[in-house]
Design a protein around this ligand. Sequence first.
Ligand code: SF4
Length: 211
Amino acid sequence: MTQTCPSQSALTSEVVTLKPKMLLHACCAPCSSSVVERLQDDYDLTIFYYNPNIHPEKEYRIRRDELVRWCDELNLPLMVSDYDPQSWHDYIAGYEQEPERGERCTLCYQMRLERTARQAVAGGFDVFSTVLSISPHKDALRINRLGNQVAERFGSVFYQADFKKKGGFQRSLELSREWGFYRQNYCGCCYSLAESEQRRQQRRHPGGETD
Ligand code: SF4
């Protein structure tokens, strides 16, 4: 008669499925919410907050702290990088006056993707991505092209998507309401802040005086 040791039996009956490890760049909690919901069943996620573009520092901290609060609640691992706005200004130098969605934004995406890829390789992640394509103001094709180029240079894999599609953006609005997230009214940099202020003035005084 063959006997099975109870511990052996437990070992053989257990099926362990390991999910690929993904480092997910996040700009803020509202933009991350529906992306995490979409990916978390298939990937072992770590969130990466790296956004030297955000101005002023007070705003950077507000977005960061909201993300920290949310990740804590969900028990999601989070890595936070130092705030180094000068490195961002150096990176986009010469393109400051580009309009929103122009070349300045391409460089801004690229810088954050490069840092995420570098961190992903150093941390032994299988794949990296970014939540940036959740925004209706951001061009997913450009983000995906840059992500793939950066992945090739760093020897990593980029998960490409257009997270705003399939109801993703709408879902991020619902989740933001549910969680009571702070929602900013400009993209992040000092130039987008000025543009948003200009739009606000124009709405208040169409075709006329400004404050
Ligand atoms: S508008 Fe947004 S994406 Fe473009 S440069 Fe500024 S912070 Fe970066």
